[in-house]
Design a protein around this ligand. Structure first.
Ligand SMILES: *[C@@H]1O[C@H](CO)[C@@H](O)[C@H](O)[C@H]1NC(C)=O
Ligand SMILES: *[C@@H]1O[C@H](CO)[C@@H](O)[C@H](O)[C@H]1NC(C)=O
Ligand SMILES: *[C@@H]1O[C@H](CO)[C@@H](O)[C@H](O)[C@H]1NC(C)=O
Ligand SMILES: *[C@@H]1O[C@H](CO)[C@@H](O)[C@H](O)[C@H]1NC(C)=O
Ligand SMILES: *[C@@H]1O[C@H](CO)[C@@H](O)[C@H](O)[C@H]1NC(C)=O
Ligand SMILES: *[C@@H]1O[C@H](CO)[C@@H](O)[C@H](O)[C@H]1NC(C)=O
Length: 319
């Protein structure tokens, strides 16, 4: 995906400083969690999802203000909420009046996220949880033995062995970074190695285990989390997810699969790319393209955006 080599303040800090900061945050979160967990547990439609660790975690449908096994509160966005996604470099346009922004975890700093918060927006931080990206500041930490096949369409990316302790440790550090930067949730991408020639024998079961593990790790840090694509594992992870991020379900006629989320009162953040691979510009799509993107069967309650494939700031909404 986007290549932005600039080191953030976080990346530039020493491991010791990071460890100290993380310990302080964990202590504060746990302390606050005990208080808030009691206070907010009986809020609107409160739902106790249990520990959300490995396995399916708790059951229950939708609702607001959920609590996790750690007693912390996580954020459950409502179905149909307006969103914007910008993954091409650092966000430099906050003018779109969307309730939720999905932006790159590494490329954006705490100031940008707090600016969005000041505008009343929630922030989801994107990172690749299932691929190695050679330009990221922590790329050197991956063990070569954990790298699988290259992704043919994305230069510098390889599938990761998501069962590896080393890989999971790096992802924990990324989640800590999301906390430090003030993200409300995370969008862990590329969890569907099973659908691709990954070179690591990764299966659907591996993906289920990994996604539920990520959810436990996110929830333990008071971060919400969603499933990116991964239609075939929805049933096995849905209770632990707060939303779906889907690409091209209208184009591939599979929005009914993702409607499992809206049926459970969880939004589907839906992206269509009617312009195709190569055309990234500020031109509106045609009426016919818009109709295809916006009127897919079962997608009536989705949060749909029409985007350029490079996921720059340009966006068009259905209405
Ligand atoms: C959460 O609560 C707000 C305000 O009470 C309501 O408008 C919204 O629809 C609720 N969201 C869900 C997912 O129930
Ligand atoms: C905003 O960011 C995009 C993507 O990185 C870049 O192409 C564009 O020039 C930037 N615009 C401004 C005004 O900085
Ligand atoms: C945060 O990011 C914005 C946008 O890229 C940049 O203008 C600003 O200088 C950065 N602030 C810090 C403290 O790094
Ligand atoms: C947990 O996250 C929610 C929503 O992002 C926030 O309102 C709340 O203050 C956070 N709680 C703690 C203990 O940090
Ligand atoms: C509780 O939070 C910690 C980090 O603060 C996390 O490591 C642990 O997995 C969480 N436990 C559960 C059950 O979510
Ligand atoms: C959207 O949600 C409403 C209220 O839950 C429901 O009645 C309707 O059938 C849903 N529409 C679609 C297309 O799923």
């Amino acid at each position: 995906m986007d290549k932005a080599p600039a080191k953030t303040g976080w990346a530039a800090w020493s491991a010791k400083k990071k460890a100290t900061i993380i310990s302080i945050i964990v202590v504060i979160l746990v302390a606050l969690g005990v208080g808030l967990g009691v206070g907010l547990h009986h809020g609107t439609g409160g739902e106790d999802e249990g520990n959300g660790g490995s396995g399916n975690g708790g059951t229950g449908t939708g609702g607001n203000g959920t609590t996790t096994g750690n007693g912390t509160v996580k954020w459950q966005p409502a179905v149909g909420v307006k969103w914007q996604i910008v993954l091409l470099g650092a966000l430099n346009d906050t003018s779109v009046d969307a309730d939720v922004y999905d932006i790159d975890l590494f490329d954006n700093n705490r100031t940008t996220i707090s600016t969005l918060h000041d505008l009343g927006r929630k922030v989801i931080c994107y990172f690749s949880a299932g691929t190695y990206e050679d330009w990221r500041p922590d790329a050197k930490q991956f063990d070569k033995a954990d790298l699988g096949n290259a992704l043919s369409e994305w230069r510098g990316e390889k599938w990761l062995n998501t069962n590896s302790d080393g890989v999971r440790k790096i992802m924990q550090t990324r989640l800590d970074m999301a906390v430090t930067k003030g993200c409300d949730g995370v969008d862990p991408d590329n969890i569907d190695a099973y659908d691709n020639s990954n070179g690591l024998k990764l299966t659907e079961d591996d993906a289920i285990n990994y996604v539920n593990w990520l959810a436990g790790q996110a929830h333990g840090r008071n971060l919400s989390v969603g499933l990116k694509n991964g239609g075939s594992i929805i049933d096995n992870v849905l209770p632990n997810m707060q939303w779906s991020v889907n690409e091209q379900c209208a184009q591939y006629t599979e929005c009914d699969t993702y409607a499992a989320f809206t049926d459970a009162n969880k939004p589907v953040f839906h992206i269509e790319y009617p312009k195709g691979n190569d055309e990234n510009n500020n031109k509106d799509v045609t009426t016919a393209q818009k109709s295809t993107a916006c009127n897919a069967a079962s997608a009536g309650n989705f949060s749909t955006v029409i985007k350029n494939m490079d996921l720059d700031s340009w966006v068009e909404y259905c209405s």
